[in-house]
Write a protein that binds this ligand. Sequence first.
Ligand code: AMP
Length: 209
Amino acid sequence: MNFIFLGPPGAGKGTLAKEVAKAYSIPHISTGDIFRENIKNGTELGKKAKSIIDAGGLVSDEITIGLVKDRLSKDDVKSGYILDGFPRTIPQAEALATFATIDAAVNFDIEDEAVVERLGGRVCCKECGQMFHVKFNPPKEPGKCDKCGGELYTRDDDKAESIKHRLEVYRQSTAPLIDFYKAKGNLVDVDAKPAPETVLAEFKKKFPN
Ligand code: AMP
């Protein structure tokens, strides 16, 4: 199946997408991860995107659509995929409809207060990208990744000012996609408030493998 994961930042889309990708053997395509990889490698795209991402804004539709179109032309998407963090605007969704068929837009439902608490304590490994949370999922050793031993850091866009801005951007530009996919008849709501295992169980019930 071809999935879109919709929802505010911090709803747990990335965490669930990793689990679903494993369980359903389909690639997890995160535009945020692609941008961060480009920033890390100092590419032209990374240079263009860095200041926008750090401030919690959106990279231009033109750049982002081109990137996803290119990614969806690869062979590994033939048996399905998860788009995590794309589309984020109506023009992106309209463009996507011209080169992909989406089976389900999964909407991760969660209130702002929970998002602020989640993002505010989130730390990320500099080496492998693994996420932890200082309160809900702390690393065994503070500041060090359990998986690869890499250094943990707070993403610039997880700092208080950026979180606020990201939520505003979400409400203004991305939330209208809920009605967009509802009108197409392929919106599926998932309660994103419980722990990841519970959200995954709900997902599996809705989409038996
Ligand atoms: P994420 O990891 O999905 O929270 O994405 C991190 C950041 O990458 C976002 O705050 C945006 O600045 C940028 N980004 C990711 N996906 C998109 C998109 N579809 N359109 C525009 N900007 C994006």
